[in-house]
Design a protein around this ligand. Structure first.
Ligand SMILES: NC(=O)C1=CN([C@@H]2O[C@H](COP(=O)(O)OP(=O)(O)OC[C@H]3O[C@@H](n4cnc5c(N)ncnc54)[C@H](OP(=O)(O)O)[C@@H]3O)[C@@H](O)[C@H]2O)C=CC1
Ligand SMILES: O=C(O)CCCC(=O)O
Length: 487
């Protein structure tokens, strides 16, 4: 039973144009707790009609919101930040109920999510243009940065707050308006954020939430609309590619934060205890369901046995269970499909000679729970090598040389995050420069922070979120050429 000290955060309607509304056709969809499989609530099931209405409202709100001075927009965002933090515990409970992650992780995500709101409230006041020396003495050249306009956002279930705030906050900070489609599995955090945004003073239409299980229909309305000037998406590479194709019709700006296949490399000069600690954090956060999770663990052969021993010991201390139970460190996978996918990846490896040093199958566990698993004797022909696992499964590969580690690390179409542990300073530079990734963690397993640019290369995406760079994705540069200056 989900009880909140602020019950108004459990919404039962969509939020469009500053109003709490039902779907036009009165249909609903259900939100479930992945740990218990119990229904939490039924919500109105939005489709293209509601999405179009939200886009129209965003367009109307844009005219006035972009004229509000940056300082005033920042004040609204700071109020929103404070309200999110004031309601941290309730939001964390809501998140664990619909997403499954342990409460401690949910509390951390609420703070992480709020940090983007605070950060972009500050950054929104620091949007600068340039004065450029013209070739012609009769001219002066300056640039302005202006909001791109109406933005559409589509977000995944694995970070039900942070993936939203790091899109909505920069958009609002610079004067854009935004329509959000949250994941079907986790609409409740999105609606709670909208409720707090309403209290903070975000004007009607500037931020709408169109929740529903008709992703293709809502996405189609967003991508086909000429009013929407930008699409920002976090999710699978497959859907990201589809959305980019759909956006081509109206040449929208896009930001794509897509899948990963992160190598986690342990060199022979690494501090092995620190490497185990970093790997535990990177691999098992959110039961392995993050796009920056270590996916392939590469260990230099001279330290392989020692490292694997320490790693398996650490994994054996993890506790699987309902995330709302104190002490649980691994919650359920998000749904049956996720469970089926992770089980199949592990089965394909073990059927072909991989050895589960711990874990290996969900047999004996309830519902969607998958045990933390370490696989040895793995090779590059297996799906654990090439697929984004998105589960608590760690395949450990052996390598001989630094060159080989870099080559294997880069042997994937993805390029989001990579990690390595080493102490030799020359090696640290060589490997950092050699890895084809947007993010590299060096002697560090957790790289996420609002102050740094988050994003990938290759098929992991386009654009950066967070940091001073994240705001540029919501701005257009306009160049003003002024003639007639000379007398
Ligand atoms: N980069 C990342 O952070 C993430 C990566 N993934 C990867 O993707 C795999 C599958 O996860 P999944 O949840 O299916 O990821 P998806 O990419 O399918 O879902 C992400 C978001 O896109 C929406 N969506 C799905 N199809 C469409 C469409 N045709 N048009 C518009 N929007 C759409 C989803 O809506 P709805 O929820 O209604 O389906 C959700 O809001 C995972 O196993 C993992 O490997 C998944 C999530 C996050
Ligand atoms: O999995 C993702 O999509 C993003 C990872 C969350 C983060 O660390 O910012």
């Amino acid at each position: 039973m989900l009880t909140l000290s602020n019950p108004s955060l459990l919404r039962s309607q969509l939020y469009i144009n500053g109003e709490w509304v039902h779907a036009d056709n009165e249909t609903t969809f259900s939100v479930y707790n992945p740990a218990t499989r119990e229904k939490i609530i039924d919500l109105p099931n939005a489709g293209a009609t509601e999405a179009h209405r939200a886009i129209q409202a965003a367009d109307k709100a844009l005219a006035s919101w972009k004229q509000v001075v940056a300082k005033e927009r920042a004040t609204v965002l700071k109020r929103w930040f404070q309200l999110i933090m004031d309601n941290q515990e309730d939001l964390a409970r809501l998140m664990t109920a619909e997403q499954g992650k342990p409460l401690a992780e949910s509390r951390a995500e609420v703070a992480y999510g709020a940090s983007f709101v605070e950060w972009f409230a500050e950054e929104g006041r620091r949007v600068y243009g340039d004065t450029i020396a013209a070739n012609n003495p009769n001219q002066r050249i300056v640039t302005l940065k202006q909001p791109v306009g109406v933005v559409a956002a589509i977000t995944p279930w694995n970070f039900p707050i942070a993936m939203i705030t790091r899109k909505v906050a920069p958009a609002l900070a610079v004067g854009c308006t935004i329509v959000l489609k949250p994941a079907t599995e986790t609409p409740l955090c999105a609606l709670a954020l909208a409720k707090l945004g309403e209290e903070a003073g975000i004007p009607a239409g500037a931020f709408s939430v169109v929740a529903g299980n008709k992703a293709r229909e809502i996405g189609g309305a967003m991508t086909s609309s000429p009013t929407v000037r930008k699409l920002t998406f976090t999710g699978s590479t497959e859907i990201g590619k589809t959305l980019m194709e759909q956006c081509a019709g109206t040449i929208k700006k896009t930001s794509m934060e897509l899948g990963g296949n992160a190598p986690f490399i342990v060199f022979d000069d690494a501090d092995l205890d620190a490497a185990v600690q970093g790997l535990m954090a990177s691999k098992f956060r959110n039961a392995g369901q993050t796009c920056v999770c270590a996916n392939r663990i590469l260990v230099q052969e001279s330290v392989y046995d020692a490292f694997v021993d320490k790693f398996v010991t650490a994994v054996s201390a993890l506790k699987v269970g309902d995330g709302s139970t104190e002490g649980v460190t691994i919650g359920p996978l998000i749904n049956d499909d996720a469970y089926t996918k992770v089980s199949a990846i592990v089965r394909q490896a073990t059927n072909n000679g991989a050895e589960a040093l711990i874990g290996g199958s969900g047999k004996g566990l309830d519902k969607n729970f998958f045990p933390p698993t370490v696989l040895a004797n793995v090779d590059r022909s297996m799906d654990v090598y090439s697929e984004e696992i998105f589960g608590p499964v760690a395949p450990v590969f052996k390598f001989k040389t630094e060159e080989e580690a870099i080559r294997i690390g880069n042997d994937t179409p993805f390029g989001l995050s990579a990690y390595f542990y080493a102490r030799d300073i020359g090696r640290i530079w060589r490997v950092s420069e050699g890895l084809d990734y947007g993010i590299v963690g060096i002697n560090e397993g957790i790289i996420s922070t609002e102050v740094a640019p988050f994003g990938g290369v290759k098929e992991s995406g386009i654009g950066r979120e967070g940091s001073k760079y994240g705001i540029d994705d919501y701005l257009e540069i306009k160049y003003l050429c002024m003639g007639g200056v000379s007398q």
